[in-house]
Design a protein around this ligand. Structure first.
Ligand SMILES: [Zn+2]
Length: 203
């Protein structure tokens, strides 16, 4: 027992929120608490570039072996690693605004530029029966990888199913293709709402 709340998990020494978005791009957005304001988050889970890498492995976006090698690369280039984390967090904010329809010109441009740059960095690598797109294994790869998926989400059919949790101080995003989901998680926001409703009835 780690004594952590049920919506969090300890992964390789880093506390991370369990994925609830049903899409890794939305879970990326959900790596900070409280999107109702733009102040620094009450809880930020991507507290270092290494934590960002471990999160990528945790949600299945990058293989563990890649993450291992990138952690080694990052330890030799701490300044660049810090810059890459900063870029990822900036992209996360712009992307949130775009996904929730609150994008100003600036946030759309910001998100679009990152996605376009990521597209340009793909390399066509031959396989036995054709070829695949791959990104070079450097410190930019984690953000580029998410950016490419974000580009697919923004231009694909799933975009219509993105919902925002109405929980107090939440604003997390998730996919709701069947239109039946209200909360990011019953264990957190759903439960809090239930408790509040109960207290209101008891008054
Ligand atoms: Zn919520």
């Amino acid at each position: 027992m780690t004594g952590l709340p049920s919506h969090l998990e300890l992964v390789q020494g880093v506390v991370l929120p369990k994925p609830v978005g049903a899409d890794p791009v939305l879970d990326f957005v959900n790596t900070r608490s409280d999107w109702t304001g733009r102040d620094p988050a009450r809880t930020e889970w991507l507290t270092s570039y290494e934590a960002f890498l471990i999160w990528n492995s945790y949600v299945g976006l990058l293989p563990a072996a890649t993450v291992f090698r990138l952690i080694e690369q990052a330890s030799g280039k701490p300044t660049e690693a810090a810059r890459r984390l900063h870029a990822a967090l900036e992209f996360r904010t712009d992307l949130y605004d775009v996904l929730t329809g609150q994008a100003t010109g600036g946030s759309f441009e910001g998100a679009a530029r990152v996605i376009e740059k990521a597209s340009g960095r793909r390399q066509l690598v031959p396989t036995d029966d054709g070829a695949v797109w791959e990104l070079p294994e450097d410190l930019v790869k984690p953000l580029d990888n998410i950016a490419l998926l974000a580009g697919e989400l923004l231009t694909g059919p799933s975009l219509a199913h993105v919902r925002r949790c109405p929980g107090e101080s939440c604003g997390w995003l998730f996919l709701d293709p069947r239109g039946r989901r209200r909360w990011c998680s019953m264990a957190t926001c759903g439960n809090r709402a239930k408790v509040r409703a109960h207290a209101a009835r008891a008054r």
